[in-house]
Design a protein around this ligand. Structure first.
Ligand code: ADP
Ligand code: ASP
Ligand code: MG
Length: 460
């Protein structure tokens, strides 16, 4: 069996959904399980509605719910579904969803309380609607598609907004709910992003989490391949929003792609590759608008190549903390104490650099660092640099390449650099800059490493 996951842009309108149905049908022999995001823009719109309601603007929230979300879905039903009875069933189902959401928004507005638990439940409607629609569209094309509620298959902890799967429980549920459908030649269609905790309460895996769903399902059901269909030709040499002529990378190792995803390449949710790596399942990134293209194939081992740099990514919204302390001089156990504090505040550290008397750490922006800072200040003086970005240059040959640092920083003579790190994984060089310098930095580096690339077998 295989997993095919389609992101929001792949199901944004009726022609796009028809394309998706064609792709699924072309995979029937491989026994596909279909994982879907919400239609493009729907998750953002639901968040907006919930926030409006929490801010006391219930009327505005309701209007947006109708205008942005439900008008769009009713229109999709009209454009996509041919049979009038099918149309009617879907309209009734979605109207029920609308009423539920209106009640939820009312509740949020009178309490003014938007907890992440409630938000996860609100967001679940996006994926529940897209999967309902696509299931019927597939059935109308004579496919034995069956809608599954992912909340009956994926079991997570109760970290609402960023839940992590409980693999044993998830395996048991997927085996009992999904496996029999695959074995009897049916096509399970399920929501990405949403899951439930052991009590059955709805959770989500974090923004962009449908990729992660596809990898979890692929891993527990031992898929032959996990196909992630998006709106780009594959993993590109840089974010195409910054470098429009970025090249497609044909092959990447798990390690390379994991670094890229972790350091900001939006095309893959950062946790996606873990389940694939653990189970050695290839992941392919494909373009649903150009399904004949090969995309990017991500596997344990790639063909040997002389190319040093495969891609450049960046992650904005980074804060750097610098802790200076003469007490650090020659003392052991200092780092442990510092990291324990980050641990206590459930804050993960991306980059670390140290000198004899100071340590700099980068973390994701957090609106309230008061508690963390208070504890760190017991160890020395702390300065903060906000609105920073991590730039990450990835390639398995980086460890062997001579003169790479000179090439990187020689191109960035007038870009202030806050931290530099190489060697953590041997497949990347990472450094921290100001957010406002992201665009020119990525462009310069892309020019340095990719402008003279002819077709090498690695890029296209
Ligand atoms: P989906 O809705 O299919 O999940 P996303 O918007 O989450 O799609 O991810 C795809 C987007 O990721 C692309 O449209 C592109 O703008 C962005 N992106 C950023 N970095 C890269 C990269 N290195 N390669 C490909 N796409 C990238
Ligand atoms: N719909 C969710 C989001 O927009 C999950 C996803 O698209 O992967 O974040
Ligand atoms: Mg995505």
């Amino acid at each position: 069996m295989i997993v095919v996951k389609f992101g929001g842009t792949s199901i944004q309108d009726a022609p796009a959904i028809r394309n998706v149905c064609d792709i699924v049908i072309s995979r029937v022999q491989q026994k596909p399980v279909v994982v879907l995001s919400a239609c493009a823009g729907v998750t953002n719109a639901l968040i907006h509605c919930a926030e409006l309601a929490a801010g006391g603007k219930e009327h505005e929230a309701r209007n947006r719910l109708n205008d942005v979300i439900f008008d769009k879905h009713y229109e999709l039903i009209q454009d996509l579904i041919e049979d009038l009875r099918d149309q009617d069933t879907l309209v009734r189902e979605f109207t029920q969803f609308k009423e539920e959401l209106e009640h939820l928004l009312y509740g949020i507005s009178i309490t003014g309380d938007l907890s992440s638990r409630v938000l996860d439940f609100v967001l679940s409607y996006g994926e529940r609607m897209s999967t309902s629609l696509v299931t019927v569209a597939l059935q109308e094309r004579d496919q034995r598609a069956v809608l599954i509620d992912s909340r009956n298959c994926l079991v997570t902890n109760s970290m609402f907004g960023k839940a992590e799967p409980l693999i044993e429980e998830t395996t048991a549920k997927c085996e009992s709910v999904i496996r029999p459908l695959i074995d009897s030649g049916k096509i399970p269609v399920m929501q990405g992003f949403i899951a439930s905790d052991v009590r059955g309460i709805t959770t989500t895996l974090g923004r962009g989490g449908s990729d992660y769903t596809s990898a979890i399902v692929g891993a527990v059901l031992k898929a032959d391949v996990i196909e992630i269909w998006s709106d780009v030709d594959g993993i590109l040499t840089a974010d195409p929003n910054i470098v429009p002529n970025a090249l497609r990378v044909k092959e990447m190792s798990f390690q390379e792609a994991a670094e890229l995803a972790y350091f900001g390449a939006k095309v893959l949710h950062p946790s996606t590759l873990l389940p694939a790596i653990e189970n050695n399942i290839p992941v392919t990134i494909l373009n649903s608008r150009r399904p004949k293209l090969e995309g990017t194939s991500i596997t344990a081992q790639t063909a040997r190549t002389d190319v040093a740099v495969k891609s450049i990514s960046y992650k904005s919204g980074i804060t750097v903390l610098n802790i200076s302390s003469t007490r650090m001089l020659g003392s052991y156990g200092f780092m442990k104490k510092i990291f324990d504090i980050f641990n206590d505040h459930s804050t993960s550290v991306d980059l670390v650099t140290t000198s004899e008397v100071s340590v700099s750490l980068s973390i994701e922006h957090s609106p309230d660092l008061t508690g963390l800072l208070q504890q760190l200040e017991e160890f020395g003086s702390v300065t903060i640099q906000e609105h920073r970005a991590i730039v990450c240059i990835v390639g398995e040959n980086i460890k062997r390449e001579r003169g790479l640092a000179a090439r990187i920083f020689g191109r960035l003579l007038d870009v202030p650099i806050d931290m530099i790190s190489q060697g953590g994984s041997e497949t990347n060089v990472t450094f921290v800059i100001r957010e406002e310098d992201i665009s020119r930095t990525v462009k310069e580096l892309h020019d340095e490493f990719f402008s003279s690339i002819t077709v090498t077998g690695v890029f296209e």
